[in-house]
Ligand binder design. Structure first.
Ligand code: FES
Length: 136
């Protein structure tokens, strides 16, 4: 489960009401070690959980429709490609071809009806990326 975070340094993400229990995820763009990819936040069992949208089996996005990560019972995160199944609370693979690996968590928190995410040393906001000038 992502650690609690200081609500003073987060990146605003969405309203709390945008994340229904067991509902569709909100996706957001990040840079991991400078590489662009997407992350997602869900509400499951009353908790917000957020991970990079990258399967631990093959590094591809997992949602079967945009923002749809949960199984039919709205209990587990399931990769749409080969069915890897992850425990939402900690991102561990519990079934399928992901071999006990885990999803990479992103820290999130909500306060006063606002959900924010928290950059780390290796996951940064995409909008803060500096462009790399090309050499002449
Ligand atoms: S790519 Fe996700 S289970 Fe294979």
């Amino acid at each position: 489960m992502p650690e609690p975070a200081d609500p003073g340094t987060g990146v605003p993400l969405c309203a709390s009401s945008d994340l229904a229990e067991g509902g569709r995820a909100v996706l957001f763009d990040v840079l991991e070690h400078g590489q662009p990819l997407r992350a997602f936040v869900l509400r499951v069992d009353g908790q917000l959980v957020a991970y990079l949208n990258r399967c631990a089996h093959v590094p591809v996005e997992m949602d079967w429709q945009e923002g749809e990560f949960l199984d039919g019972d709205r209990r587990y995160i399931v990769c749409s490609i080969h069915g890897a199944t992850y425990e939402p609370s900690d991102g561990y693979c519990i079934a399928g071809p992901c071999g006990g690996a885990r999803l990479k968590a992103v820290r999130v928190a909500e306060r006063d009806g606002q959900v924010s995410w928290y950059p780390s040393a290796d996951i940064r906001p995409a909008f803060g990326a500096a462009s790399t000038p090309s050499s002449p």
